[in-house]
Design a protein around this ligand. Structure first.
Ligand code: SF4
Length: 342
């Protein structure tokens, strides 16, 4: 049965691990076989590190005209995707900064060329909603028109990345140049209506309050009730090293409990994904807390710069899940039927 924000608060503050696991597993069982999980092998391709947003939790960006800024050439992008294919992966996540020198045409050309070269062999998450908001604004286009341009360039997915904590207060404290929460959901609605697919994400472990975390979950559930457009919910943890904000990492145990609460609260989202990128082996224990799916990433400069450690021994990682009693099955990214939506 659906829980309210007050009930979620009560569970977070008072429930034992066993209670959280039992309730999370009951929701998980509505969608998935017990003791079975799916995964993807993927690579984040950070196409530029130039960014004007200046989020204080970010160790990745450089400002325009500062030393160290880059934009990957098409050949660099292809080389990274070729390497991904060589290790058996087929999902690319493009993620970069808010680079004011890159027009919409740069993105359309890049995505078109990736689609042309790799066809259906490789799927890609073209942008995060945050980057999408920025480039639509820069191009002077409505979100609907920008979404249509990208879709027509071969884009199937724009993920819910860049959301961190979706409250206006959080954004004012840490990312005031990024977007408002209202912009975020307006843009994501346009993405859904264009026929592309999208996801929800959340990052915990900054200085957010419990109320802010719960507001994020509530907004996510409401959006899903309205649109049914969210394929999955992925939560990961803030890495504080080298950032202006600094701080300390939260424990794996707190992360796992939050996965359970998210699984219980987001009863309308099919997949709850655990983050190997930020939790390494500890991520698999979150399967017991209600997660059903995960990525094995081979690169993500954004989180690696802030302290994430990537383990390229993918078989060893899968063994951790198997030792916890799970069968693991490779999952390909879905290809939406875009023609019907046009
Ligand atoms: S988190 Fe993203 S938007 Fe924020 S400063 Fe870093 S690259 Fe820019």
């Amino acid at each position: 049965m659906r829980i309210s924000v007050d009930e979620a608060r009560e569970l977070w503050e008072s429930a034992t691990d066993e209670e959280l696991i039992e309730r999370a597993q009951a929701v998980r069982a509505q969608w998935h076989k017990p003791k079975h999980a799916t995964y993807m092998v993927m690579r984040i391709v950070n196409y530029t590190n130039v960014c004007v947003a200046q989020c204080d939790y970010c160790a990745f960006y450089v400002l325009p005209n500062q030393d160290g800024g880059y934009v990957l050439s098409r050949e660099d992008v292809f080389a990274k995707i070729d390497e991904l294919e060589a290790v058996g992966g087929d999902l690319v996540g493009f993620n970069g900064g808010f680079n004011p020198k890159l027009p919409l045409e740069y993105y359309c050309d890049l995505f078109h060329s990736v689609r042309e070269r790799y066809g259906d062999r490789v799927e890609f998450y073209a942008l995060t909603v945050a980057e999408f908001v920025f480039l639509a604004d820069r191009a002077g286009l409505s979100y609907a028109d920008a979404a249509a341009r990208l879709r027509d360039a071969g884009v199937h997915w724009i993920t819910g990345g860049g959301s961190e904590i979706l409250t206006e207060d959080f954004r004012k404290r840490h990312a005031k140049w990024k977007y408002t929460v209202a912009d975020y959901f307006e843009a994501q609605r346009a993405i859904v209506e264009s026929g592309m697919k999208t996801t929800a994400t959340m990052v915990i472990g900054f200085d957010e309050t419990l109320d802010e975390r719960l507001e994020h979950l509530q907004r996510t559930r409401d959006f899903q009730d309205e649109t049914e457009g969210l394929f999955s919910f992925l939560c990961w943890t803030y890495k504080p090293y080298g950032t202006d904000l600094g701080g300390e990492e939260i424990s794996a145990h707190e992360y796992q409990r939050w996965i359970a609460l998210s699984r219980i609260f987001l009863d309308n989202v099919k997949h709850v994904r655990t983050s190997v990128l930020t939790q390494n082996e500890e991520a698999f224990r979150a399967l017991d807390f209600g997660a059903d799916d995960f990525d094995l990433p081979i690169e993500d400069e954004v989180t690696q710069k802030a302290g994430a450690r990537i383990d390229l021994d993918l078989e060893r990682l899968l063994e951790v899940a198997r030792r916890l009693g799970y069968t693991v099955e490779y999952r390909r990214a879905e290809r939406p039927e875009l023609a019907a939506a046009r």
